[in-house]
Design a protein around this ligand. Structure first.
Ligand SMILES: [Zn+2]
Length: 329
């Protein structure tokens, strides 16, 4: 039986191309919650928030939030909040063990079920989520910035509701939008409470900017975060011009996640070095082997969303399968 350490050792390591910003100067926030800074314009408008570090080693969001805070960015209307999530895990990042600080006790992007937040359960991530919760309850429009284990084109995860898809389409970046209901093993911040209620005007997006430690991921985080603030009219374009990528966004395509592939064993291997967004033309194509079992694509033109073995364990989702949606523009 392979161990997770052996699995990780067999995978290609990615260089850490970016600097981890020192976020300790942002510890004392101005709204009663550490590492959250909130600015009210005094002009009516939505409460818009950018959240970084829901996963502790996903530095691109921290780079963007740190840059916005240092720039002194303020909203033109409504309220603008900038926050760092799992700061404990971030502070414990180890360049020799880059995958270890996604979280410390449990995945902070699986705890956002009210019943779990209200429960007696204890973990470092639950404690932080409970600190953040009253604040998150006041947010109308949220961008939660993540990055990926593998270098793949950036993705927007817009949730399962039409309002999320429409929000992603209005934003216009990144080029690939993934429509999905989240994960069976817990609830994401993006899917928390009213963000996932079709009847509510609140809305949330989760962006996966690219590989955790790549320069490209950093650029995508800054660009998408800046466009998010322009689209929500929290700021005007000139306020964030320095953070925008010069290239005009192209057309978007939308993928519908149909199912996860969940590993049954530590003897799970993809047949190729998949990195994400590969399109498998024919149904029945073998994409992985899990012990003696062959994993095949269930339909033609099946897209692989975020394949990775870096957190392999029986019961863990190692890739999600998606159909290309035909959405008229
Ligand atoms: Zn993440």
């Amino acid at each position: 039986m392979k161990t997770l350490e052996q699995v990780r050792a067999s995978l290609k390591p990615y260089p850490v191309e970016v600097e981890f910003p020192d976020i300790r100067p942002w510890k004392t926030g101005n709204c009663g919650v550490d590492y959250v800074h909130s600015f009210d314009s005094g002009v009516p408008g939505p409460h818009v928030m950018i959240m970084a570090l829901t996963h502790g080693n996903e530095v691109s969001g921290a780079i963007a939030v740190d840059a916005f805070l240092r720039s002194g960015l303020r909203p033109r209307q409504g309220r603008l909040s900038l926050g760092f999530g799992n700061v404990e895990a971030y502070h414990r990042f180890d360049p020799q063990d880059i995958d270890a600080t996604r979280y410390l006790d449990e995945d902070m992007n699986r705890v956002w079920l009210p019943a779990k937040l209200d429960s007696e359960q204890q973990s470092l991530e639950l404690r932080r989520a409970r600190e953040l919760r009253p604040f998150i309850d006041s947010v109308d429009l949220l961008l939660d910035i993540h990055s990926m284990h593998e270098e793949s084109a950036p993705l927007m995860m817009c949730g399962a509701r039409t309002k999320g898809l429409e929000f992603a389409a209005t934003l216009g970046v990144p080029a690939t939008v993934v429509v999905d209901a989240g994960h069976a093993n817990g609830r994401r911040l993006r899917d928390y409470a009213d963000f996932n209620d079709a009847a509510s005007r609140k809305n949330a997006l989760l962006v996966e900017t690219g590989q955790h430690f790549s320069q490209r991921s950093r650029q995508v985080a800054l660009d998408v975060a800046a466009r998010f603030l322009i689209t929500t009219q929290a700021v005007s374009e000139e306020d964030v011009a320095a953070f925008l990528s010069p290239r005009e966004p192209g057309p978007q395509r939308f993928l519908q996640v149909t199912e996860p592939v969940v590993a049954n064993s530590m003897d799970f291997n993809f047949v190729e070095d998949f990195r994400g967004l590969e399109l498998i033309a024919r149904a029945g194509t073998v994409i992985a082997r899990d012990g003696d079992q062959e994993i095949v694509t269930p339909y033609d033109n099946c897209v692989l969303v975020q394949p990775s073995l870096r957190h392999l364990s029986p019961g863990v989702t190692v890739v999600r399968l998606a159909k290309v949606l035909d959405i008229p523009h």
